[in-house]
Design a protein around this ligand. Structure first.
Ligand code: SF4
Length: 386
């Protein structure tokens, strides 16, 4: 579940721990939301409801009543959301049932202020059994896989949950799992409680103090800057990207070497992203607040003609004797179809008709996890045939 307005939030820990200056830089920016965040909140509410039922915290009647209410009132509900959340909740219940005698808590407000002033968050699932504290987190996004390995958000939740329960239960091991049902992915990280506490004392507490002192430096990095509210106006980030763009090339020959081309391409994704952030920021300032930027002006973009009343237009065309003016019936896009009929039905009915064609070849960093293909591979031939 997203953290609500903690200054040093668990979800932002990766950023403020590596870039302490970001806390001050972000001051004054309003919290924003997006359809993805709202959809994620809806998915979490559905997950909580389903888990309450599956963990016997509510009866079938209450569950059905609340589920129907949720379906009718929540604009983000879809059959495929139901299927994905069923998958996630089955995972949690399977985990719970794998223990003899387990305790489960849902949507626990975890307080980690012992390490981070005013630090709190909400942990989706906490299970305690067999000397282990388990934290499970649902991520409903389908953008990038999120690893639980040394994930500071999960580790802060675990610190908070451990201090909540350590006087009631005995555990010396902590296991953290992130489940991403839409990516068919889950990742787990485990460590002794003593190591988690040492991380809290030796890494988190000093990082939080520095971040709140207002004297921490701005330290750009891709994971830190990605969600920073100051990413478009941050000088440290601009300097790093401009320095990267001013690559030190060897003197002539006039043509770039393969090494130099590789260097440009490896820097390009981050520089492109940064330019896009600066462009979006400046446009919003000019369009919404009347700001001006030296040497630039706000103009009307290109636009296409539109029909203001399609029904009326069809009527007039038919009256004028033109019959062939409608689009043929078209199938919904794959994503919308899956959403409309639900993931399971979609797979049952269309399994034989869905293929995943070869992807467009891309030149990426060696560190990328995808396997290398050669220019003579069948994937490239398949792509050319497409
Ligand atoms: S943009 Fe990056 S470097 Fe700048 S404050 Fe934000 S996280 Fe730090």
């Amino acid at each position: 579940m997203p953290d609500v307005h903690a200054k040093l939030s668990a979800s932002g820990a990766k950023r403020w721990m590596s870039c302490p200056g970001s806390v001050q830089m972000e001051e004054g920016y309003a919290d924003t939301t997006s359809v993805f965040a709202e959809e994620g909140t809806a998915a979490h509410s559905l997950a909580e409801l389903m888990l309450m039922f599956k963990a016997d915290k509510i009866n079938k009647r209450t569950f059905t009543r609340r589920l129907n209410k949720f379906k009718s009132e929540n604009a983000y509900y879809s059959p495929s959301m139901f299927d994905y959340i069923t998958e996630y909740t089955d995972f949690v219940i399977e985990k719970l049932n794998s223990y003899e005698d387990a305790f489960i808590d849902l949507e626990l407000r975890v307080d980690f202020s012992q390490w981070v002033p005013e630090g709190f968050g909400t942990s989706d699932v906490v299970i305690i059994a067999d000397g282990t504290l388990e934290i499970i987190d649902l991520k409903y996004g389908k953008g990038v896989p999120v690893s639980a390995e040394e994930n500071p958000q999960m580790m802060l939740y675990a610190l908070g949950a451990s201090s909540e329960y350590d006087f009631m239960y005995e555990f010396d091991k902590v296991r953290m799992t992130i489940v991403q049902p839409r990516l068919n992915d889950h990742s787990t990280y485990e460590l002794p409680l003593s190591e988690l506490q040492a991380w809290g004392d030796e890494c988190v507490r000093p990082a939080a103090e520095l971040a709140l002192s207002g004297e921490g430096p701005c330290v750009p990095s891709e994971p830190a800057c990605r969600f920073c509210k100051a990413k478009a106006v941050c000088r440290a980030r601009a300097e790093v990207n401009l320095a990267a763009a001013r690559l030190d090339f060897e003197e002539p020959p006039a043509k770039l070497s393969k090494e130099e081309i590789a260097e440009i391409l490896l820097q390009a994704p981050e520089i492109k992203k940064w330019i896009e952030h600066v462009e979006n920021y400046a446009l919003a300032q000019a369009r919404d607040h009347g700001e001006t930027f030296p040497g630039m002006k706000l103009v009307e973009g290109r636009s296409n003609r539109v029909i203001t009343d399609k029904e009326k237009a069809a009527e007039l065309l038919q009256e004028a004797g033109f019959e062939d003016v409608f689009k043929p019936r078209e199938l919904l896009t794959l994503t919308r179809l899956e959403k409309a009929v639900g993931k399971d039905s979609f797979n049952d009915v269309l399994a034989d008709l869905i293929i995943k064609p070869a992807g467009k070849p891309a030149l990426v960093s060696e560190a990328d996890k995808r396997p290398e293909i050669s220019s003579t591979s069948s994937a490239i031939e398949d792509f050319k045939n497409l």
